[in-house]
Write a protein that binds this ligand. Structure first.
Ligand code: Y12
Ligand code: CO
Length: 173
């Protein structure tokens, strides 16, 4: 399965992803194809919609203390539901679908997540720190929300200007 990361302002990124009902070989193939793409592009999180798959699936692989991302640390979440949102934290976020742009974003500090694994088994996770931020960022993708939507209107205008310029330069280079 050949996948490509969709980049803003691709309209597909605005679609709402649908719940997974079949935990079959097709789902496994999609997850297996997303993982190497996330690692090759230096990602730590990737949602299905970012590669044009409108299903409620996401991958997370938070770097360890040595900056490594061993595959055993990979978390696959199917149909995640976030609850128990507590506290507030700010982190400079980036997104593979919004290349070369990083901005401070406010999120909940800690969350709980109910989700299914690739075989449909129900799982529960309590998260804080970078994992909590990454889950919230990726979960937003499932709703068609990008981190740039959370910017103040003045920061958003600045972003749109800079991003347009970057796309223009990319085109002519
Ligand atoms: C904290 C904040 C945000 C997340 C969501 C997951 N975000 C990413 O995985 C972002 C990856 C990223 C990688 C880049 O590097 C390359 O594309 C090679 C990058 O650099 C450029 O676009 C030039 C930007 C973002 C989780 C936790
Ligand atoms: Co993203």
């Amino acid at each position: 399965m050949h996948l490509k990361i969709l980049e803003y302002p691709d309209k597909t990124l605005r679609e709402k992803s649908v719940a997974v009902e079949k935990f079959d070989a097709l789902l496994h193939n999609m997850l297996d194809a997303m993982y190497p793409l996330m690692i090759q592009t230096n990602g730590i999180g990737l949602a299905g919609i970012q590669v044009g798959i409108t299903k409620r699936i996401l991958l997370l692989n938070i770097p360890d203390e040595d900056g490594e991302q061993p595959k055993e640390n990979l978390i696959e979440m199917i149909n995640p539901v976030i609850s128990n949102k507590k506290g507030e934290t700010t982190y400079q976020e980036g997104c593979l679908s919004v290349p070369s742009f990083y901005e401070d974003i406010n999120r909940f500090e800690s969350i709980s997540v109910n989700y299914q694994d690739r075989d449909g088994n129900t799982t529960f996770l309590e998260a804080d720190g970078l994992l909590s931020i990454a889950i919230q960022h990726e979960h937003d993708h499932l709703e068609g929300i990008l981190f740039i939507d959370k910017l103040s209107s003045s920061r958003r205008r600045k972003f749109e200007k800079e991003y347009k310029k970057m796309l223009k330069e990319k085109k002519t280079s």
